[in-house]
Structure formats: C-alpha cells, structure tokens
Design a protein around this ligand. Structure first.
Ligand SMILES: NC(=O)c1ccc[n+]([C@@H]2O[C@H](COP(=O)([O-])OP(=O)(O)OC[C@H]3O[C@@H](n4cnc5c(N)ncnc54)[C@H](OP(=O)(O)O)[C@@H]3O)[C@@H](O)[C@H]2O)c1
Length: 294
C-alpha cells in the first residue's frame, strides 16, 4: 500500500513527511557537545542532500549545542528548509527539563532561537511543557506567541507534549500549525489526539518514532513481529516502524533522530517500504490504540 510523501504545514510550507530530529546530535544524555562535531555537521549536510526539508530542533538540546551545529553546518539555509523549534522549558543543573513558561520567558526563548539559528523568522515554534502554573494561563502563553507571529518573528505556532483537552483549548485561541507528541508502534498513548488532529488536517509530528535513544533495546527497533515483517520486505525493523507510522495516519510527520549517516539514509527512504494489509494488521495488533509507552 503506498502512502503520500508530502504534507502541508499550514501557512508555513509543504514538507516531506520524513524529516529529521536533531536531538541525537548533542552529547550523551542530550548534554554537551558530541564526541565528533564534524560528524554531526556531516549528518546535517547529508540530510539536506537527501532532500530532507524539515529539521526538528531546540535550544534544549545540549543545551544550545544542536542549534549551533545546525547554523554552522547549514547556514545560509537552502531554500525551502523548515526549521521547527521548541520553547517552554530549560535544562536545570542536572540536565533535567524544567518549565520556563511565563509569556515573557517564552518571548525571550524565541529571540534566543532566532539568534542561535541565525534566522529572522522561525518556521514553527512548539510550546512544550504545558503545565498549569499559578499566574500562567495557556491563553496568555499563546497570546505572547501570537504577538511574535504578528511581528513576523515566527510563522506557525505548535504544541508539544499536549493533551487533547489542551489542544482543543489552544485551537480556540489561535490556529495550531502542528502538534508534537510521542507516538510509535508500541506507544500509542496519543491516539485520540492523533485522530482528532487528522480530522482537522493538523500535522502531528511523532517524536520517539523509533522508541527513543533512552531505551537501549527498544522493541520498536527489535520486536519479533516487527523483525518478521522487516524480513519479508528485506529491510530493517527501523524502516518498518517508520513505514507503519506513514500508513497509520496521513497527517503524521516523522522526525526520526540519529547521529549516524547510515541510519539517516535508511530512515529517509522508509517511504519506499510498502506494507501490505496483512503486515499492517499484524503491526496494528501489537498494542491497542491509546496504550502508553512500552
Ligand atoms: N517534543 C519533545 O518533547 C521531544 C522529546 C524527544 C524527542 N523529540 C524530537 O523527536 C526526535 C526523535 O526522537 P529521538 O531522537 O529521541 O528518538 P527516536 O528517533 O525514536 O530514536 C533515536 C534512536 O534510534 C536510533 N536509530 C535511528 N535510526 C536508526 C536506524 N535506522 N536503525 C537503528 N537504530 C536507529 C538512534 O541511534 P543512532 O544515533 O545510532 O542512529 C537513537 O538511539 C528528536 O531527535 C527530537 O527532535 C521531541
């Protein structure tokens, strides 16, 4: 069964459904620089050569390291490359994510991303880490981003790590250009939100599409059923898991993360794997929709 190759980020541009998540380019634990910065830059340049036109990043990664690598490797950016970033948090002394969610702090983070990426306008800014905090409302947070959009500092406002209820509330304030939550063949906790965004033609960028680097032997990359399907198609479990996402819903955008050129090349061609109805039935049955992470 074939799948569509491109998807509209409304008001931003049309992108390939297989993009690149840049988080793996930082050092271990997404902290500090990578062991080989030249190799990380080579991964980014290869992504563009392969026709990848959507890179997911954030000042959180490193922190700052990944945005600096992107600017060093790719600026001046090729026409049509969409850079999507995330704001709403910072890394504390231990590297943990902590909320930085006041509307003024959000504005400062947009300016920081612009400066580090050497951009005048950010394509997509995801508001992440949406937690209820005294004195901070989602409406005020979005209001700050709408102001920046009106000033031409960003094109699209997205939401990340969001519930269906928060998404609906946000949509009532301003159009949401994309949602970014975890979703993969073994983590379908956001299925209801995915289906709702599909109904509304809002792109859903699935993070952890390959089960994340935090799980060393993720079932997404090694489960028996996934492996058996891969063998039938003479490919790898990673490609099958990505192809399954492309089949799952036409509004899914993929942002697989890797620090390896070989994996990048394989991931970028996952849309060549045409899963059959019986492959899909087997993969669909691995966990039920709505089931959270493995
Ligand atoms: N919004 C959020 O809160 C949030 C949270 C996490 C991530 N993200 C975004 O989502 C992106 C994707 O998530 P992720 O990078 O954490 O996890 P992921 O894409 O699910 O998995 C990355 C892991 O898979 C491995 N891998 C990649 N391609 C492979 C292949 N073809 N064969 C075998 N192994 C492969 C990578 O190792 P190698 O490096 O060795 O290839 C790495 O260990 C991130 O880069 C980031 O942009 C967003």
């Amino acid at each position: 069964m074939t799948t569509t190759k491109v998807l509209d980020l409304p008001g931003v541009r049309r992108v390939r459904r297989i993009g690149f998540g840049a988080m793996q380019l930082a050092g271990p634990g997404v902290l500090g620089p990578p062991a080989d910065p030249a190799r990380a830059e080579a991964v980014l340049r290869r992504a563009v050569e392969l026709g990848i036109d959507h890179i997911d990043t954030s000042d959180f990664y490193g922190p700052w390291v990944v945005n600096e690598l992107i600017a060093k490797a790719l600026h001046p950016y090729p026409e049509g490359l969409v850079l999507a970033t995330k704001i709403g948090a910072y890394r504390d002394h231990h590297g943990a994510f902590a909320p930085l969610a006041h509307p003024d702090a959000l504005k400062a983070q947009v300016h920081d991303n612009l400066r580090r990426l050497h951009l005048d306008t950010l394509d997509v800014v995801y508001l992440r880490h949406i937690v209820d905090q005294p004195g901070i409302t989602l409406q005020d947070q979005l209001g700050a981003l709408v102001e920046l959009r009106e000033q031409g500092l960003l094109r699209g406002i997205g939401l990340s790590n969001v519930t269906l209820e928060q998404f609906e509330r946000a949509q009532a304030v301003t159009p949401i250009v994309a949602v970014q939550n975890a979703y993969n063949v073994f983590d379908r906790g956001s299925a209801e939100l995915l289906d709702r965004t599909a109904e509304l033609d809002v792109p859903f960028a699935a993070f952890f599409p390959l089960g994340s680097a935090f799980v060393a032997d993720s079932r997404v990359r090694g489960d028996q059923v996934v492996r058996a399907v891969a063998e039938r198609h003479d490919t790898t479990p990673a490609q099958v898991s990505l192809a399954w996402l492309l089949h799952r819903s036409p509004n899914l955008l993929l942002i697989p993360g890797t620090s390896s050129i070989e994996h990048l090349e394989a991931n970028s061609s996952a849309d060549r794997v045409e899963l059959t109805d019986s492959d899909l039935a087997e993969l669909n049955a691995l966990v039920s929709e709505g089931a959270a992470a493995e």
